[in-house]
Design a protein around this ligand. Sequence first.
Ligand SMILES: Nc1ncnc2c1ncn2[C@@H]1O[C@H](COP(=O)(O)OP(=O)(O)OP(=O)(O)O)[C@@H](O)[C@H]1O
Ligand SMILES: [Mg+2]
Length: 364
Amino acid sequence: MSLAAGIVGLPNVGKSTIFNAITSAGAESANYPFCTIEPNVGIVDVPDARLEVIHGFIKTDRVLPASVKVVDIAGLVKGASTGEGLGNKFLGNIKETDAVLHVVRCFENSDIVHVHGTIDPRADIEVIELELGLADLETLNKAHERVSKKARAGDKDSIFERDTYDVARQHLEAGGQLRAREWSDRERAALRPLFLITMKPVLYVANVADDDLAGESPLVGAVRAHAEATGSGVVVLSGDIEGEIAGMDPADRAEFMADLGLVESGLERLAHSTYDLLGLQTYFTAGEKEIRAWTIQRGWTAPKAAGVIHTDFEKLFIRAEVYSVDDLVQFKTEAAIKAAGKLRVEGREYVMREGDVCHFLIGK
Ligand SMILES: Nc1ncnc2c1ncn2[C@@H]1O[C@H](COP(=O)(O)OP(=O)(O)OP(=O)(O)O)[C@@H](O)[C@H]1O
Ligand SMILES: [Mg+2]
């Protein structure tokens, strides 16, 4: 399962600064609106300290973290859907992501231009969400047109699709975001092929000044209140500071972060929050060749989890041998875990737990 997240927000709020910090990809960031024109795409390793813990006991050539694709696009402005600013044509790059990272400016700095002249996170969020809603409306209108003919001819599936599109259109026209509505499984299935942006889970990224890393300002408060009211998450970070952290070697980084009272880097916090938001969890495989982290949905059974390694594994799954990272720390080798009776043998019904270390036995 490879995960993708798309960054949206007003121009000049720090999207590319944050993208650079998390990908260290060297994408351009500068103090003028519409600095980013072509989308930046980066692949980021998901930091997971447990990989190194496992590696401390099991020697392998390779350690492979999970990865997330991150997409940074041009800023949106009011009227983007009708071509204002750079328009909304870059939103296509966000469509095939699993989650939206909505960067909101929460730092005061008169040197950095704000496209509305004042820093008002709540108003900024509204502008962006309206534009995203209008983009979805455009997609729905086209899809509606496409199915209408078949619906009029009496095709049952097309009638259901058309009616679902109508419900979605009404919801957006009333100013709502599609994620806020409860959808039946069948409705979800009808909407899924449209890759609607406001249907995706959103994480608000409050980009704060370097003297408000804890996010105590009323600006961040406004973002938190909005996120709480809409069932979304918030990550507080400073793009500027994260850029510095990304550029440091590990020893300096640890000291710098400790001085600032930061326990985790912005990337770590973003990764954890995104996993929470999407209901994801991690399991590990640790063999002779490599130690590797795999991303699955919470609640998945062992065969389904094995299917992430290779699609055939789901069908051919026989059983799994499972232990935890803590078991490894306590007993030090797999043989000792087994001797202590801690190596669990699990079958097709087993529901994976966070941080399981697995060997899958696969048939032919
Ligand atoms: N937390 C912060 N504190 C102070 N300045 C910041 C912070 N984050 C970013 N900046 C500054 O804001 C300016 C704009 O940043 P950036 O280019 O990342 O914005 P953007 O959202 O990608 O803009 P665009 O939509 O134009 O591409 C840069 O000068 C950057 O250094
Ligand atoms: Mg940019």
